[in-house]
Design a protein around this ligand. Structure first.
Ligand code: SF4
Length: 430
């Protein structure tokens, strides 16, 4: 048994139940979904087919894929990968077709990002830039584990959160290094062989890089081994390259081939089409559920259709039987309009999900009074949440019976997962 499995967070039945597939893949007891997708053959030639035909084929193959995933989950062995094109290549081709009239996210810009003649709300053409990649030791314990979460951090975003704590990365499309799918695959390959428990695709926002990520995962599903040149190129953005990590190739394989759970760490402002592709490739999802159903997503993030999009997507992954946890960041002056409705929706729709009700909001970007970027219209969020706002948020989560304490307070509870009370003890520790 690995040190990761021995973490007492896994003794919590709700967490273990919600993240059992992810844990099995992280421990290489099961193949990742991208490995299963490679076994589902398609008779179509993806490159020679119309986009409409590709979507019809995806819909036809999805039940086959899901049935195979469920069988493997129950203990069946992994069939051999298809000799010809598979669901993996179908997803890759669809992502590139979408890129030519981009509808990765609900902005639905319909610009041709391959030609790059026009750009959409994310300001990107076809290139993808990575700001850094590294063993992340700041994620939830079930993601960071003992060796870190293998994080690949992309630039740019499709939302405009005034308080973004990664504003230099999310608002600067030229931050980081231009990368390509083989270099991305080399980053994932290295992080996993260095012991990371998952590959954590994050930004900015990741869905705006869907084509590059799907392409990289498709490579990993087809016996990818990076060249020395690709490893060197990937290393340029490795933030922890001056630390030594022992390579553990055996900890990165299932049935002798590369294996790693794919973690989709996202604002969930994603179209249905992108969600369908991601369903094939994502082993565990991490939606960041920020705003309530009122106008806050517009006033704070210039994002229309937020509530309906994010709730639809979370409901989808629940209905699909996926592994996921949710994050919610408590914002000053937004407990009643955002935190309460978010918690209430979760209680009604996905009550057993592991939830992180986060306290770490600090004024940054356009709401930091000390910054030249500060805008006085954001004065209402130009401070940290008060103790009372945090206490009210956690109290409401507890009243609703949500499963948040083990996840939210684990850093203050290193010896186990026993619930910690937020009134008094929990707050005192924070
Ligand atoms: S990813 Fe979203 S914001 Fe960017 S071009 Fe596509 S639809 Fe527009």
């Amino acid at each position: 048994m690995s040190d990761f499995v021995r973490l007492r967070i896994w003794d919590d039945p709700a967490i273990r139940g919600a993240l059992s597939w992810y844990l099995d893949v992280a421990e290489n007891r099961r193949p990742a979904k991208f490995r299963i997708a490679a076994t589902v053959a398609t008779q179509l030639d993806p490159a020679a087919s119309t986009e409409d035909a590709l979507w019809v084929e995806l819909d036809r193959l999805m039940p086959v894929f899901v049935a195979r995933w469920q069988a493997i989950r129950a203990g069946a062995s992994l069939p051999l990968a298809a000799d010809g094109p598979s669901l993996l290549e179908l997803c890759r081709e669809l992502a590139y077709r979408m890129l030519a009239h981009c509808n990765f996210c609900p902005w639905d810009c319909r610009v041709d990002r391959i030609s790059g003649a026009k750009i959409g709300a994310c300001k990107l053409a076809s290139g993808s830039r990575v700001s850094s990649h590294f063993h992340h030791t700041g994620e939830e314990l079930f993601y960071r584990g003992t060796q870190g979460s293998g994080t690949i951090f992309f630039t740019s975003c499709n939302m405009r959160c005034a308080f973004c704590q990664n504003g230099d990365i999310s608002t600067d499309k030229d931050n980081g290094e231009e990368t390509d799918p083989r270099t991305l695959a080399a980053m994932a390959w290295t992080l996993r062989r260095e012991g990371c428990h998952n590959i954590n695709w994050v930004g900015g926002e990741v869905v705006i890089h869907l084509h590059a990520i799907v392409d990289a995962i498709a490579l990993l599903g087809r016996d990818f081994t990076p060249t020395r040149v690709e490893l060197k190129r990937a290393r340029k953005t490795k933030a922890d390259r001056f630390f030594w990590f022992d390579e553990m190739p055996d900890a990165a394989t299932y049935d002798g081939k590369f294996n790693a759970p794919m973690l989709w760490n996202s604002n969930f402002f994603i179209t249905l089409e992108s969600m369908k592709i991601l369903r094939v490739l994502t082993d565990v999802w991490l939606p960041d559920f920020k705003f309530g159903p009122g106008r806050c997503a517009m006033t704070l993030a210039k994002t229309p259709w937020y509530w309906e999009t994010v709730t639809r997507n979370i409901a989808l992954i629940a209905d699909w039987g996926e592994d996921f946890s949710i994050r919610h960041l408590v914002m000053p002056n937004h407990v009643t309009c955002c935190t309460y409705p978010v918690l209430e929706w979760i209680a009604e729709r996905v009550p057993s999900v592991p939830l992180n009700v986060m306290a770490q909001f600090r004024p940054d970007n356009f709401c930091d009074p000390a910054s030249p970027k500060y805008r006085s219209k954001h004065a209402e969020i130009a401070r940290r949440p008060t103790r009372m706002e945090l206490d009210d948020s956690w109290r409401r989560a507890r009243e609703l019976g949500l499963h948040f304490e083990a996840t939210t307070f684990e850093r203050h509870n290193p010896f186990g997962t026993a619930a910690m009370h937020t009134t008094g003890e929990g707050l005192a520790l924070l």
